[in-house]
Design a protein around this ligand. Sequence first.
Ligand code: ARG
Length: 249
Amino acid sequence: MKKIIYFILIIIMVSGLTGCGKNDVLKRVEKNKVIVMGTNAAFPPFEYREGEEILGFDVEIANKIAEKLGVELKIEDMQFKGLIPALQAGKIDFIAAGMSINEERAKNVDFSDGYYEASQVIITMKDNTEIQGPEDLKNKKIGVQLGTTGDEEASKIEGAEIIKFDTGFMAIRDLQNGKIDAVILDSEPAKKFVEGNEDIQILPNELTKEYYAIAVPKENEEFLEIVNSVLEEMKESGEYDRLIEKYFE
Ligand code: ARG
């Protein structure tokens, strides 16, 4: 009997020490007085680096979430593919990374309401007359950002060789160097990259329609509601439209 009681006591102590059990964002935020946004800051205009700073549309939303909770915002910049594991491990409190809602991800995280409608587009060299649309991508070398919906979309193309890069920017560079035939990327970052590069173009046919949302760990309903209320308030106050104007034209 005594042994069992000791055993139970040890379990309680260990789980108390490691904080094992629930990945409770609001509790953590209250204790640390800071909320941690996870992102991959190579995705303009949603998140990008300017010198030491990380700026963008998603950062502005994140700031509103921190403001609502009355705490400071900290940003962790990491590989896109590492974001969901970091969220599950409690290393970050939410993901704001132009992350598209999809079923596979929804098994591991909860998504807020969608805050932006996006699509995957094809980028090619302007002098490439062979690739006119999605059907011409068969058996081609296609660059994508690792772990993105663009990566997923590319893997459906028959006979294509998929080259996975850490950032969309690196894929564009290899396109310009003639190492790959096309890049599949989200529409808005694609526009930003094409703006600064005369030699590349976006093809008119879009491959998908998807919605960006904030991702939070599972079983954080109250926090998720706060995130949704922030999005709602930003739309109602005109703040959302102001941001669209600031970042997209
Ligand atoms: N929307 C795409 C996805 O969810 C790409 C997002 C990439 N975001 C980034 N910050 N690099 O898979």
